[in-house]
Design a protein around this ligand. Structure first.
Ligand SMILES: NC(=O)c1ccc[n+]([C@@H]2O[C@H](COP(=O)([O-])OP(=O)(O)OC[C@H]3O[C@@H](n4cnc5c(N)ncnc54)[C@H](OP(=O)(O)O)[C@@H]3O)[C@@H](O)[C@H]2O)c1
Length: 287
């Protein structure tokens, strides 16, 4: 499995398995399946409310903890230095581990400077191996990266063939920060699975459009965390080494970029209001 070396020397798999919108009850099952077919990197978050399922699957898998890379994210309702620090300990407990491989600030809202300081402390204390951001764009990213001691190891952004994040990739390169693609299959949006360019390349290689879309991101040096609830697709999404895209094909795929994300605009005030209220609305503990 290909790996990426982060700006602090930590090595992580380039492909992982994402568990957004997988219920707490089902999470252990799907993560166990993912580990069984060969995934060694799992992406969860406090606000997915399924960290316990990840922890249970990892601890029962028979795979050594140091061979599995776990990413989780601090939610807005845990923002601020003290609250974030407590939430990191809570994530460790739920994940049944004494260290998190990669910890991200999930959203660019709330007291994220306080959160970053708590994450830096957890990093220095050995509770976390690398820290980074999610959904931070442009000036917000630069402001945090310039002001804080530990430079973000990754930024997780909506990234797929239709949203290739070229501007952010250029900015992130100044800090050695790597791009981690969320929704690398655009969650099926914009007709990705029937797109003409993807289809013609896929048929030339005797493969699926999904695999071309994922291999494009891998060849661009991007970390990906596709999700599937189907074991065969989980396995196939992981086995892309033999798919060799030509430079003409890569160029044609670069032309699918629209220059903006499809799912989420983090400068939209309504998006901010939705996310600021998300935990109250969605946390099973609040029901
Ligand atoms: N940081 C953030 O704010 C943020 C936001 C969103 C997501 N994420 C992370 O990114 C991960 C992945 O994103 P995502 O779950 O939104 O979407 P995604 O990985 O882009 O797409 C998942 C969808 O694609 C389908 N699929 C998967 N493999 C396929 C294949 N080979 N052929 C055809 N269809 C296929 C799946 O259906 P089946 O299940 O039927 O296969 C599912 O409906 C999340 O789970 C989460 O960990 C992070």
């Amino acid at each position: 499995m290909k790996t990426i070396t982060l700006n602090n020397g930590v090595v992580m798999p380039q492909i992982g398995y994402g568990v957004w919108q997988i219920s707490p009850e089902e999470c252990e099952h799907y993560v166990s399946e993912a580990l069984a077919v060969g995934y060694r990197s799992i992406d969860t978050a406090q606000a997915y409310y399924n960290e316990e399922g990840v922890g249970a699957a990892v601890s029962k898998s028979g795979v050594a903890r140091h061979d599995i890379f776990i990413t989780t994210k601090v939610w807005i309702s845990n923002a601020g230095e003290d609250k974030a620090a407590r939430s990191i300990d809570e994530s460790l407990r739920k994940l049944r581990t004494d260290y998190i491989d990669l910890l991200l600030i999930h959203q660019p809202f709330g007291d994220y400077y306080g959160t970053w300081r708590a994450m830096e402390r957890a990093y220095r204390d050995g509770k976390v191996r690398a820290i980074g951001l999610s959904n931070f764009y442009d000036a917000r990213f630069v402001d945090l990266a310039e002001n804080m001691d530990v430079k973000p190891a990754v930024v997780q952004l909506e990234t797929h063939v239709f949203s290739q994040q070229n501007k952010m990739r250029r900015l992130m390169a100044d800090y050695g920060t790597r791009l981690m693609a969320w929704s690398p299959l655009a969650r099926g949006m914009n007709g990705i699975f029937t797109n003409g360019t993807l289809q013609s390349i896929a048929s030339r290689h005797g493969t699926d459009t999904a695999h071309v879309a994922l291999k494009f991101l891998l060849d661009e040096g991007i970390i990906i965390i596709p999700q599937s609830t189907k074991r065969e697709r989980m396995a196939a999404n992981l086995a892309l080494d033999d798919l060799e895209l030509s430079s003409d094909e890569m160029e044609a795929l670069r032309r699918l970029d629209t220059g903006h994300p499809l799912a989420a605009d983090f400068n939209d005030p309504e998006m901010a209001r939705f996310l600021l209220d998300y935990d109250r609305q969605h946390n099973p503990a609040n029901r």
